[in-house]
Unconditional design. Structure first.
Length: 252
């Protein structure tokens, strides 16, 4: 459905499941995006033999007004459901996400010790100028985006629904509170050219989680949508190596 608010409406942004081994990976997209944001990573990991799924989160893939009517608990509920479904079919489950999707992954990991490992790309624990949304929500429905990443195969809204930004702010606070409960192996990728998420977002996560195996990786040339940008293959390779190493350790 092309509402005029959908960038790259021709792309497939629906929930997907790629059948593979009994090692599962669940990926979560960011605010205003669709599963197109994590599809290339998902296909790479499926090529490594894993079963991979990604849910389309509530309020996404339709119209920005639908996202304005959605609470953060609905995003989390859908993400949690996808994790629990994968857990039913898999011996081990890894989770990951980009931007807001990374926050959902952290929250699931804080609440489920069965998460085997976490991969975060451009985690939106801090967002530049987000606080303005708490006032703007009473005056305007949408904020125009000014994205320079127009050449990327990204599908999603070309505006920010303002009330959804407020929900993102609330989600950030919930995740900050629960970070110490995260103790699984963790990889965090931040972009050197990310104009939305400042570098300290990744640093705060690595400092506050209780994980022993944790690593912050700066991709110097990457914008916010790093899983679709020019350094994505390096991120994919490091993610694949991270999962493979943990799987091998668990089977020794």
């Amino acid at each position: 459905m092309d509402t005029g608010y959908m960038k790259n409406a021709q792309l497939d942004g629906d929930s997907f499941l790629l059948e593979g081994s009994n090692i599962g990976v669940v990926l979560f997209h960011g605010l205003t995006a669709t599963t197109a944001e994590v599809r290339l990573l998902g296909e790479y990991l499926h090529g490594q033999g894993y079963t991979v799924s990604a849910p389309l989160l509530p309020g996404h893939g339709t119209h920005p007004d639908a996202l304005n009517r959605t609470k953060w608990q609905e995003w989390y509920g859908k993400a949690e459901e996808a994790f629990l479904e994968m857990r039913q079919r898999s011996a081990r489950v890894f989770i990951g996400g980009e931007s807001m999707g990374a926050l959902l992954a952290l929250l699931i990991a804080s609440r489920y010790e069965q998460v085997s490992g976490i991969v975060l790309a451009a985690p939106a624990l801090k967002i530049r100028k987000l606080k303005a949304a708490f006032v703007l929500q009473y005056f305007i429905a949408h904020l125009d985006k000014h994205q320079a990443e127009d050449n990327l195969p990204w599908k999603g809204y070309n505006v920010y629904p303002v009330k959804s930004l407020v929900q993102l702010g609330i989600l950030q606070n919930v995740v900050k509170e629960e970070l110490p409960a995260v103790n699984q192996p963790l990889r965090v990728f931040i972009g050197g050219k990310d104009k939305s998420v400042p570098p300290e977002s990744g640093k705060i996560i690595v400092e506050r989680v209780s994980s022993q195996d944790k690593k912050l990786v700066c991709m110097e040339e990457s914008p916010h949508v790093m899983l679709l940008a020019q350094e994505r293959e390096s991120i994919f390779a490091e993610t694949g190596a991270f999962i493979r190493e943990l799987v091998n350790l668990a089977t020794e």
